[in-house]
Write a protein that binds this ligand. Structure first.
Ligand code: BG6
Length: 492
């Protein structure tokens, strides 16, 4: 058997990278709205103001490195900075056109995120913002018109900024209640049209970029552990409430996963790989497996980390683990303990050694033709729960030639990846629900804030300075993907 008949082919986006309209119809500010643009060599920055002195400044967000905001400053939008999320590629005003393009490609599913601050502008409001809710009503109705199934992420790299300023982000247990309130409102409202939900995008980003993953302003190891714990409990509570609202609903986890290779056969390198795997899989061991693994308790013991928790937390984690495990996978990474300079980067800023067998793009991300099969087998063997590839794709500085984009490099990457996931189904029998290519219509890069790092099947006329008409232009890959969906992956 190849791809099952009901296999969900489609694409994925996130509100803060795609929607724009950052203050329209009552939306509040998100943590992503005070993030400037950057590049492959320059980090994005959080801008802030010191209300005591009126001093303005910024703090770089370097994935996997220290994030140190000066004490007492408040993240804020500054007049002379450029924030890509404010307009992004303006799905807010183009949703009909964009969904029509998705339908033309034959999408069975579209993964999008709801912008929390559009629904609860401050995060801790008592009542939701009706205009925000109406926007997603229109989006889901439009998808229904074309028979496209929505897959909705409740929190994709954004937290209402007020929750960050007032409570320090996800380190405070109060956020569990605010997230539960928000989730209940949207699941109640949309459950007739939305069957598949995800709680936190790439929840393991809490290890590398706690500001992005949870609005954490002071990311000590203790605070990171607490913020992750609070998100786990919040996720389990959402599984519980969603099942109560509608038995048909499935709530998944979303993990950033990449196969990790050792550069040498030195046993010390294998231990390093084992530990890096533990770091990544800790998040799915809890959220999908339902239980904290011993290796993490031992680490907390060594580091003197003590969680603010209760016995009920662990009961709810065990009882309401995720219904399925979704994940992003862009490629693999190579590591060694030996002297070797890090040359490649990958998803979540994991800086590894260059793999001599693989080609990379301009941002150092490698195309690995076996990575999805390895990822799918690793996760299937460990949890035996249905899987879903919700992000995969390649960023490229596409060039418009005579009004067209000839992106054969993208097609080459996707062919290799589709073959790899097909092998996992055909040769290994993994249970895979679907595949949503990342950034199906061009959007802002999360890591760099650039427009020029494009993933889409559809080009959008917009540059890194915010110029452009926002016109949509299908690329060559658009027509290729349409055929793949048409023949359900039997040819690609
Ligand atoms: C994932 C995120 O980490 O990778 C997306 O969930 C992101 O939001 C994607 O856009 C690709 O990364 P980047 O940095 O190239 O945008």
């Amino acid at each position: 058997m190849s791809f099952p008949d009901n296999f969900l082919w489609g694409g994925a986006t996130a509100a803060n990278q795609y929607e724009g309209a950052y203050l329209e119809d009552g939306k509040g500010l998100n943590t992503s709205d005070v993030l400037t643009n950057g590049s492959h060599t320059e980090a994005r920055k959080v801008t802030w103001i010191d209300k005591r002195t009126n001093e303005k400044g910024y703090t770089p967000v370097l994935w996997g490195e220290k994030f140190e905001m000066p004490e007492g400053v408040t993240p804020a939008v500054l007049d002379d900075a450029y924030y890509p999320s404010h307009t992004a590629t303006d799905f807010y005003h183009h949703y009909k056109e964009d969904i029509a393009l998705m339908a033309e490609m034959g999408f069975k599913v579209y993964r999008l995120s709801i912008n929390w601050a559009r629904i609860f502008p401050n995060g801790d409001d008592e009542q939701p913002n009706e205009l925000g809710l109406e926007f997603y009503d229109k989006v889901f109705d439009e998808l229904k018109k074309y028979g496209i199934e929505p897959l909705v992420t409740l929190s994709h790299y954004e937290t209402p900024l007020n929750l960050s300023i007032k409570y320090g982000g996800w380190i405070d247990r109060k956020l569990i209640n605010y997230f539960e309130r928000y989730s209940k409102v949207v699941i109640d409202r949309y459950h007739d049209r939305v069957k598949y939900w995800l709680t936190f995008n790439e929840i393991n980003a809490m290890d590398l970029a706690p500001y992005i993953a949870g609005g954490v302003l002071n990311p000590t190891p203790q605070n990171r552990a607490q913020a992750a714990h609070n998100q786990f409990v919040a996720s389990a509570k959402v599984v519980k409430l969603a099942h109560k609202i509608d038995k048909e609903i499935k709530v998944g986890q979303m993990l950033a996963f990449q196969p990790l290779y050792s550069y040498t056969c030195d046993p010390v390198d294998q231990v390093k790989i084992m530990e890096l795997n533990q770091k990544m899989l800790f998040y799915s061991d809890v959220q999908t497996g339902g239980k904290y693994p011993e290796y993490r308790w031992k680490q907390y013991e060594r580091e003197g980390i003590i969680l603010e928790d209760s016995p009920e937390d662990y009961e709810i984690l065990a009882k309401y683990s995720a219904d399925f495990l979704s994940f992003s996978c862009y490629g693999s990474s190579v590591f060694t303990t030996h002297q070797k300079e890090a040359e490649n980067s990958g998803n979540l800023g994991a800086n590894g050694v260059k793999n001599p067998y693989l080609e990379t793009n301009a941002w150092g991300w490698a195309t690995d033709p076996e990575c999805l099969r390895i990822a799918l087998n690793t996760l299937w063997d460990r949890y035996h729960k249905p899987l879903w590839i919700v992000e995969n794709g390649i960023g490229w500085a596409d060039v418009l030639e005579d009004g067209k984009i000839h992106d054969d490099y993208r097609v080459k990457y996707l062919k290799a990846n589709i073959k790899s996931m097909k092998d996992a189904i055909e040769l290994d029998g993994v249970d895979l629900l679907g595949y949503t290519m990342w950034g199906c219509i061009d959007l802002v890069s999360a890591g760099t804030g650039e427009m020029r790092k494009r993933y889409g099947f559809v080009y959008i006329d917009r540059d890194d300075q915010g110029n452009g008409t926002l016109k949509r232009i299908p690329k060559d890959s658009f027509y290729w993907y349409k055929k793949v969906i048409q023949n359900n992956g039997s040819e690609f």
